[in-house]
Design a protein around this ligand. Structure first.
Ligand SMILES: [Zn+2]
Length: 125
């Protein structure tokens, strides 16, 4: 069955502009709650403690893969970025199934995306 769906839309980055700009550079920016100190990555409007007051913090960009799902040409995972309490859904790029660590990759074009790769962005293969 062939199915093609095309949607044209434009979304403002709004309050997520710092997060999206960091993703373009391959950097992880999380929100640290001013009330309880927990760090959310990806950022959410409200902390689990109920506070909406938070500040941006830079995380190392490394993550532990908690659970993964491998398909034919796509691997996805739940991962916890170092320095954050929350889990993030990520795409795995060239990360072998025996590996549980990854580095955030810069995604310069297209919609912002969370992609983990096996090596840091400035390390040669
Ligand atoms: Zn909180």
């Amino acid at each position: 069955m062939e199915y093609r769906l095309t949607l044209d839309y434009a979304l403002s980055a709004g309050r997520l502009a710092p997060w999206i700009a960091a993703l373009r550079r391959g950097e992880a920016s999380g929100l640290s709650c001013d009330h309880c100190g927990k760090v959310r990555f990806p950022p959410t409007r409200c902390c689990e403690c109920g506070s909406r007051h938070a500040r941006w913090v830079t995380l190392p960009g490394t993550a532990t893969i908690v659970e993964r799902s491998d398909g034919g040409d796509l691997s996805l995972a739940l991962a916890r970025f170092d320095g954050a309490e929350s889990l993030a859904t990520v795409r795995l790029q060239d990360i072998k199934s025996a590996t549980d660590r990854g580095y955030l990759a810069a995604v310069a074009d297209g919609p912002p995306a969370l992609v983990l790769v096996p090596k840091p962005k400035d390390e040669t293969p």
